[in-house]
Design a protein around this ligand. Structure first.
Ligand SMILES: [Zn+2]
Ligand SMILES: [Zn+2]
Length: 885
């Protein structure tokens, strides 16, 4: 019909146009034309709108259908927690009950039954939230239309007064059960559908009961009962009409209607009056009741600090509750509130991984004041006590055996748990190197334990600060040619940074960290290699990341529980058959364990210093083979010790909370507290365990005798390094070892004259006039290319004193033999006795000056100053710096 009209109209139009073109239209024709044209236009628009409308309805209908198809109805399992108050039992790994949880003792959520709730409160809630609650099937069509009109009105008038979401009590219950609060049409549609289904499953009173128990009432109160007790100091059954109306209004916006603030109380009173009026309108209360309630003087209970009625939960129990809650939310698709009800009042049985003996060992150390010395004046000024935290994991399955989250006796439940809380985020310092650098590099065969890096000044800040050497080492020196083994033993930053940047690459590093549960995708900086992470870590995460080294490369996500059953004995959560993921090859795990054992070993030739953990953490102390890594962050803010035995991996953090003022650096006197706490706990833990070795050497490991300054096959010269025998047996993943003909080229032999020395005390090369009895043959090292400073006043690596004095000949015997010699490197600090001739005393003053300046470059090398004269390098004793790292 319409279509025909349209074509007819078109015809008229066409005809008319012709007329317009040829004749001047008279007035009458014109007005009729306009009328017809308008009609046609309206018809067109109508058709268009209809068509679009139909399409839209189709689209919306399709979408709604798709949404409903995928909507999840509320299941019986999800409803399991509704308003029960059965005691939940938590067991340790030996089957002892370690904690009983009953809702009202452990949290501010106390379920209430429909029968206990006064009619006034139910009426007040229904009047304000959902007045047609008893009539609608879960969704209130009239409410939705009203809400739509209200929305349009609010746009026109610009006021949001009186608008409502149109969400029924049933819909709100669905939201409170699933915890899904996404703001989307899809969610709204699915929620509405689930509400309709829920109405078929439950009676109205049951739905209202859920609403009253699952809603949030502010000030950490879940449900009306705990809110009633908190705000009025009595159970809901004793509330007056006025109090019921006030309480019913809070949950809409607990912040705005908070009765514990002046403004909130005022808002709440206003809303109470709106609710009372609505109740009167709906005939729920009489005029008389209304008047009385409006005028009632509301008496609120004083604000109490968190009510801790039950026993104090241990750090472990705190963590188990967090973990079980998260698992229930995820696996059962329920809200945190529902999960809390299940945990605190659902009569669950929670089987944890906590080992009572290990936990007791840990507790005793953390209660012992001697491990928390009060030596830090800055901390005293800032009223802070030293803190520490520790986590122990079974390396064979990822079970968390014990946790302790702070100094001394735990005074309350759910206090800051420094061992495993997600709020605890500290930089890991050098403990990051094995997991972010060396483990990945060896596993990808991009480096080996024998890979040598020149530990010298590097400038990795690039354009940001091209003049500043970065990173530097903790001991403020460079040691020169260094294997990865040695770099781990002595925690050398330069080597880690060079391996990370030039061999491994940021992407590989990030990939491997992800495999051990550490996501650092946004931290593609050199500091990732050194543990200066933007996003910190806690002891549990760190210990877990080391588990693969102890366990043939296998990672287990750490878990604090094995099984959770409901009150009928049905298993809700099961972690007993958790699959491990492969992070490293067995060979890599073996090699890293070998290297980390070095950290616990003392001074041993050819390494002139002990490992950074050796003094406190070693096999003798623990009574078990032990591998470990130390960590310190910028300015000594955090101290770490992470390590493992064939049984357990553990990590300790020591430092201050820095809750106010400047971060507090750990003082020298407390520098090793993390090491000491780790050792004290682990010694107790291993006391009664049978002695066991780390995993045996895998088949695909080969050993080679290598030179530690070249990383290549050792020669006889390597055994005669001036520092001692420089050869060791090193482990390689088959195929990464040096070929047998790939021999050391770093060590070189030369004839030197013992009479003529440079400022470093190095004997110079013998010339043809040196008497034979003054000439000896010595082994030197040579770099390729030779060391030369990149910046003025650069600190030289300490091993330059063993470098071949290439081109520098004896200046004592006979005429200068190399008159044309000029310093090949043009070194500003070049060794004494060169730069022309030493007999040319005319330059004396200037040269002295230059030498004095240069001596400062060697401040930590005894005898480096020319003032002390020549010295013998044989038997040179390295300074006994106790490494601070
Ligand atoms: Zn060598
Ligand atoms: Zn000589």
């Amino acid at each position: 019909m319409k279509l025909r009209k349209k074509s007819a109209a078109n015809g008229t139009e066409k005809k008319h146009r012709k007329t317009v073109k040829t004749d001047k239209p008279n007035k009458k024709t014109k007005s009729s034309f306009i009328k017809k044209f308008a009609l046609t236009l309206i018809a067109c628009i109508l058709v268009f709108v209809l068509a679009v409308g139909c399409a839209l309805v189709g689209l919306v209908g399709g979408a709604v259908y798709a949404y409903i198809e995928t909507a999840q109805p509320i299941t019986d399992e999800q409803l399991i927690a509704k308003a029960s108050s059965r005691t939940t039992l938590i067991y340790d790994s030996k089957g002892n009950i370690i904690q009983k949880l009953t809702g009202k003792d452990n949290m501010d959520c106390e379920p209430v039954t429909d029968k206990e709730v006064p009619q006034y409160l139910k009426d007040a809630i229904i009047s304000i939230e959902d007045e047609r609650f008893y009539q609608h099937p879960g969704v209130d069509i009239q409410g939705v239309i009203n809400a739509g009109i209200g929305f349009v009105k609010s746009i026109i008038t610009g006021s949001s007064e009186g608008t409502r979401g149109g969400s029924t009590i049933t819909q709100q219950v669905v939201k409170n059960i699933t915890g899904n609060t996404t703001r989307s049409i899809k969610r709204k549609v699915q929620e509405a559908y689930a509400a309709v289904l829920l109405e078929k499953k439950l009676e109205k009173w049951q739905i209202l009961e859920l609403y009253m128990n699952l809603g949030y009432w502010g000030n950490s109160c879940t449900g009306v009962q705990s809110a009633s007790k908190k705000y009025f100091g009595k159970p809901v059954s004793e509330l007056s009409l006025a109090q019921c109306a006030l309480l019913a209004g809070i949950t809409n916006n607990p912040g705005k209607y908070n009765p514990f603030t002046e403004k909130g109380r005022e808002n709440a009173k206003n809303r109470q009056e709106i609710i009372l009026r609505k109740m009167l309108e709906l005939g729920k209360i009489s005029e008389e009741e209304y008047e009385q309630a409006i005028n009632e003087d509301l008496q609120f209970a004083p604000k109490s600090s968190s009510q801790q009625v039950g026993s104090v939960q241990s750090y472990f129990v705190d963590q188990v509750i967090v973990d079980v809650r998260n698992a229930l939310m995820e696996e059962m698709n329920i809200s945190a509130t529902m999960a809390n009800y299940m945990i605190y009042g659902g009569g669950l049985e929670i089987y944890t991984t906590m080992d009572p003996k290990i936990q007791a060992d840990m507790d005793s150390v953390f209660m012992d004041d001697t491990y928390f010395p009060l030596v830090n004046e800055t901390a005293k000024r800032q009223m802070e006590h030293p803190q520490a935290a520790m986590a122990i994991i079974d390396v064979h399955n990822g079970h968390v055996k014990a946790l302790y989250g702070g100094y001394g006796k735990k005074e309350a439940s759910n206090t800051l748990n420094r061992a495993s809380s997600s709020l605890m985020k500290r930089q890991p310092g050098s403990t990051a190197k094995p997991i972010a650098v060396y483990g990945p590099a060896i596993d990808l065969k991009l480096a080996t334990a024998a890979t040598v890096v020149d530990d010298k000044a590097v400038y990795m800040l690039g354009d940001r600060n091209p003049e500043r050497a970065y990173p530097t080492n903790y001991n403020n020196r460079y040691d020169g040619l260094t294997t990865i083994r040695n770099a781990i033993k002595n925690s050398v930053n330069v080597v880690a940074a060079v391996v990370w940047r030039d061999m491994l690459g940021a992407d590989n590093s990030i990939e491997y960290l992800k495999k051990v549960g550490i996501n650092r995708e946004k931290e593609k900086y050199i500091s990732l290699a050194l543990g200066g992470w933007e996003q910190g870590i806690n002891p549990l995460q760190l210990a877990a990341a080391y588990v693969p080294f102890a366990n043939q490369g296998l990672y287990y996500e750490p878990t604090t529980f094995t099984i959770v059953k409901d009150s009928n004995g049905k298993v809700l959560l099961d972690r007993t058959n958790k699959k491990a993921t492969i992070v490293y090859s067995e060979e890599t795990a073996f090699i890293i364990t070998e290297l980390l054992q070095e950290v616990t070993k003392g001074k041993n030739s050819p390494y002139p210093y002990p490992g950074t953990a050796a003094t406190n953490v070693n096999e003798k102390v623990i009574g078990m083979p032990v591998a470990a890594k130390t960590g310190t962050t910028q300015s000594n803010i955090d101290k770490w010790l992470v390590g493992y035995t064939p049984y357990y991996a553990a990590a300790v953090w020591y430092g201050y909370d820095n809750s106010g003022g400047e971060p507090i650096p750990v003082k020298t006197e407390e520098m090793y507290q993390a090491h000491k706490i780790w050792a004290a706990v682990m010694k107790k833990v291993h006391e009664d365990l049978p002695k066991k070795d780390f995993n045996p050497m895998p088949e695909d490991i080969v050993t080679k005798e290598i030179c530690i300054y070249s990383g290549k096959i050792a020669t006889d010269l390597c055994r005669h390094d001036q520092r001692g025998n420089a050869t060791i047996k090193e482990y390689f993943i088959k195929g990464t070892e040096p070929r047998d003909d790939d021999i050391c080229t770093v060590h070189i032999q030369a004839r030197v004259c013992t009479e003529s020395k440079d400022t470093m005390g190095r004997s110079l090369l013998a010339g043809p006039y040196c008497p034979e009895e003054k000439v000896e043959t010595k082994v030197f090292i040579q770099r390729d290319p030779p060391y030369m400073p990149q910046k003025p006043n650069e600190k030289a690596p300490r091993d330059v004193v063993y470098e071949l004095p290439a081109g520098e000949y004896c200046t004592v015997h006979g005429a200068p033999q190399t008159p044309e010699f000029t310093d090949p490197f043009d070194l500003p600090w070049s060794f004494g006795g060169n730069g022309g001739t030493s007999t040319d005393n005319g330059q004396g003053a200037g040269q002295q000056q230059e030498l004095r300046d240069s001596s400062s470059l060697y401040e930590d090398v005894p005898g480096g100053s020319p003032a002390e004269g020549p010295r013998n390098n044989d038997g040179y004793d390295w300074p006994e710096h106790m490494p601070l790292e």
